[in-house]
Structure formats: C-alpha cells, structure tokens
Write a protein that binds this ligand. Sequence first.
Ligand SMILES: Nc1ncnc2c1ncn2[C@@H]1O[C@H](COP(=O)(O)OP(=O)(O)OP(=O)(O)O)[C@@H](O)[C@H]1O
Ligand SMILES: Nc1ncnc2c1ncn2[C@@H]1O[C@H](COP(=O)(O)OP(=O)(O)OP(=O)(O)O)[C@@H](O)[C@H]1O
Ligand SMILES: [Mg+2]
Ligand SMILES: [Mg+2]
Lengths: 258, 258
Amino acid sequence: QQPIIAIANQKGGVGKTTIAVNLAAGMVRRGRRVLLIDLDIQGSASAILGRSEGEPDGNVAKCLLEGRPLSEAIIPTAYDGLDLAPAGERMAIVDLHLASALGREHVLARAFRSVAIADYDLVLLDTAPYLGLLTLNAIVASTHLLVPVSCEYLPMLGLKLLRDTLGSVQQQIGIDVPILGYVLTMIDRRERITDEVEAMLRKTFGNQVFEHGIRINTHHKASPSHRQTIYDYEPAGGRGRADFERLCDEVEVRLGLS
Amino acid sequence: QQPIIAIANQKGGVGKTTIAVNLAAGMVRRGRRVLLIDLDIQGSASAILGRSEGEPDGNVAKCLLEGRPLSEAIIPTAYDGLDLAPAGERMAIVDLHLASALGREHVLARAFRSVAIADYDLVLLDTAPYLGLLTLNAIVASTHLLVPVSCEYLPMLGLKLLRDTLGSVQQQIGIDVPILGYVLTMIDRRERITDEVEAMLRKTFGNQVFEHGIRINTHHKASPSHRQTIYDYEPAGGRGRADFERLCDEVEVRLGLS
Ligand SMILES: Nc1ncnc2c1ncn2[C@@H]1O[C@H](COP(=O)(O)OP(=O)(O)OP(=O)(O)O)[C@@H](O)[C@H]1O
Ligand SMILES: Nc1ncnc2c1ncn2[C@@H]1O[C@H](COP(=O)(O)OP(=O)(O)OP(=O)(O)O)[C@@H](O)[C@H]1O
Ligand SMILES: [Mg+2]
Ligand SMILES: [Mg+2]
C-alpha cells in the first residue's frame, strides 16, 4: 500500500495547506504520482490547485454525503502527475452527516479502499484546523501523520490536545497512526521565540522533529493568490524551493522510499 | 442589554485569540467590566488568562454538556474587572453533543439568559477556527461580530464562506447578526501583499473595515508564553499597546459607547 499522509494540527494557521500543496509539488517533480485530497471546509488547497471557475461536478463532500466512489471527485491539476480531490462547498455539513453513519470514524478509510487511490505513489490529506469527525476520519484512514508547528507559543500548546486525541483514537478505535514527524514552519531566526520553541520541541519529541523546517518567506504568502506552488512562483535557487527540497528528502528517508 | 461580541473567522491563525484577550484587557483598563468566554477547543485564551495549574472545576464545556448555569464556569483573572469562562477539556465533544439538543443553535443564547452575564458591561466570545455548531451558537448568541483578517490571500478567501454562513443563519434561523467590522491583523508594510489585501478588503467592505488594524509584532508571539496581555508584556509606548488602544477607541465608537 502507498503512504497516505494526513497533514494535521488543529491549531489554525500553522502552514498545513502550504506544506500539503508544496510537498505534493516537490514529490511530483521527482516523478511520483501524487493525489492531494482537500478535507478542509475552507478549501484552501482547492483554491490554489483546483479549477478557477465554478465548483467541479465531483468533490469530496459530494462523495461522502451521497456515498459515491471517491474516483468521481478526482480531477487533474496544472501539474502533470498531481491530481486533486477538491473539498466542495457542502463540506460544512459533512461532519454532522458523518455523526450518524455506521462506523463513522472509518467512512473515509472505506472510500479509500475503492480503486480510486491505487494508481498513486503518495496520497496527501490536507485537514481543517479542527479535530472533528472528518479530521478523525483522515487520521484513521492515513498511514502517517505530518504535524506542522509554527514557531510560536500557542501552536506548541496545541500539540498536547493533538496527542491526547491520537491516544483516544488508539484506545477507543484501536488504530495507532505513527507520527512521521513534526515540521517547524515560519522559522524566523531574528525572533528569540523561534529558538525557544525549537528547543522545547526537540527536547520533547527528539528525532521525531524534522531536521529542517520551512523558513518565514513572503513568497508563501503571495504564491496562493497566483494559484501557484512555490516551485513556480519562486525562481530557481529561491529559499522556499530549497526548504521544500529538503522536506521532500527527509519525507522520503522517513518513509523508506528511495 | 450589553454588547456581546463574537470574534470569529474560520480561517485559522488570523489573530482571533490575540484580539479577544487584548481587547478585553484594553476595555478593562477603561473601567469596564468584561467577561471573556472561551469557545475554542484549543483553549488558547484560557491558557493565557486562566489558572496555570489544573482544570478549573467549572468550565464552559461542563456547563453545556451537563446543563449547568454558566455562572459556574466564570472565574476571576489576574486583571481586576476581567473574568474568564475557560473552555474545558471536554470541549471537543460539545459539537456532537449539541447536534442532538432541541433548538441546537440557541443553546448558548439560552445559557446567557441566566443571571451570569448581567453584571458585565461587555462580553467577548473567542471562537474556534471552525464553523461547527458551537461557533454557530456563538454567532446566534452575540449582538455583534468582529472579524479579524490577516493580510494574506488565503484568509481573504475564507471571508466568502463566513458571509455565506451568516446568510444561512439569517435565512434559516432568522437571526441577523451585524458585523461590527473587519480588523486587519499582522500588518507588515514591508510586504506588498499587505497593501493588496487591504485595498481588496476596503473595496469590498468599505467602512466596515476598521480604520486601524494590528501591526505584525513579535511581542504578540511571545506574550502568551508569559501568560500576559500586551499591556503587561510591552512597556508603555509600545506599538502593540498603541494598536490596541486605537482598536478599543474604534470599538467604542462603533458600539456607540461613550
Ligand atoms: N513559511 C511561511 N512564511 C510566510 N508565510 C507563510 C508560510 N507558510 C504559510 N504562510 C502563510 O501563512 C498563512 C497560513 O498558512 P496556511 O494557510 O498554509 O496554514 P493552515 O495551517 O493550512 O491554516 P488553516 O488552519 O486555516 O487550515 C497563509 O496565508 C500562508 O500563505
Ligand atoms: N500582530 C501579530 N504579530 C505577530 N504575531 C501575531 C500577531 N497576532 C497574533 N500573532 C501570533 O500569531 C499566532 C496566531 O494568532 P492567534 O492564535 O491569536 O490566532 P487565532 O485566529 O486565534 O488562531 P486559531 O484559528 O488557532 O484560533 C499566535 O501564535 C499569535 O501569538
Ligand atoms: Mg489549511
Ligand atoms: Mg484562537
């Protein structure tokens, strides 16, 4: 089975979507076929990579609400080898809808068993900043978790809640999803809090913290408005591209991919 | 009735908690009695203003789950005149619990009718980055909405979803909560995207956009780790304090308070 990585942290604005989109682009540039599934009601990843006009016929919300195969939600993107399953506007009611489903934490995992995702080397799940049923479904359906943490105090605090939730998923549902690692984001060495947070993180989680992170970079703020990944927005040799090349390297090592 | 302001934007990390905590502190310094209610499962506001050791006996989750009066959740803070209703660890299950309540969008509004909040001049609600039932309850229970928007592209996109949700609340529940205004946050004039986002926002929402916003400021990243508001963390004359003084001025004008 291919790796299915859920990019999750219920703290808002830590860089989940930025990592999901650019990691996907980096892996595609290495010749891998990647599927990015947008499970956030905001549809940030869909806004960057999806079609600019109108809602696509198929989307994740429609498949989950109407029990349709996930393959109907998958569309190509401007990047060869990178496909997207966009969120869909009705995503806001999916959580409530899942609440009454049988085996409600496994709805997404069941949808994955269909042929839809077999063709991909890697599947990435972008999740909402909320540990509701849909994000729990993403955790249960994934093989690994990647946890972005921005170099600030409040995001650090949120990690306890995430770990407690993973503990309940293990105890009550019997699924133990390994953490691929914690990735530091918005690293700004001019600020003392960056070094403090990094030191705390490495002390608490040891080598579960990725060696390299993503530096603060205005290109990451601007590239989404051009519907581009960092690889298209920045010229060769840019800092953002370098950060994501290193991230791809380390993800490959941790997954045991060559 | 006193103003009840819900600080809401389902986009994560735009500065909701930072505004909730420091606006509360600024208003208390003007002699107003303020209650801050933490409705975010992350409990960021509770982490800054609440007791450092252990979970308080009463909290919002407990009151909503067990039907207890909200007054049991209210605790004093280190700031005279500022009380807090902390979130509570069981907040994560409140959304699912609300799903089966009668009049489920009005549970919080009903809890407010008890004597608990009558003693305050101003009530602030910090909400989660998610438009689930609890945040809908906050919107329905409030008299005004304050919407922080950080100067980036993806947060701008999220505004459409928020306005669509407010439209549904009006049509389906019959409650029309006025927007007190949109507040620009993390303003960094060195970045071109700041001017672009501000121009787009003012063009779209006109004078619903506050004249002054909150500038990017490392003190806002650090003050939460010291469990302090910006007024304690920064010396007199600091930029953060100046920004919140102007914000308090403009909130008072828009509420018609003298
Ligand atoms: N390294 C970076 N440097 C500067 N800005 C960044 C960086 N990474 C992300 N951003 C910007 O910060 C904002 C938050 O990032 P992003 O939307 O990826 O976070 P998120 O965790 O997906 O948010 P949400 O919790 O709302 O889903 C975005 O506007 C993004 O463009
Ligand atoms: N003006 C600012 N300058 C610099 N950093 C800021 C500013 N305002 C907030 N921050 C920092 O940015 C991060 C996000 O802010 P905050 O937690 O207040 O946002 P939020 O919208 O409440 O997030 P969530 O969606 O997770 O509830 C925090 O670490 C905070 O300390
Ligand atoms: Mg996101
Ligand atoms: Mg918050």
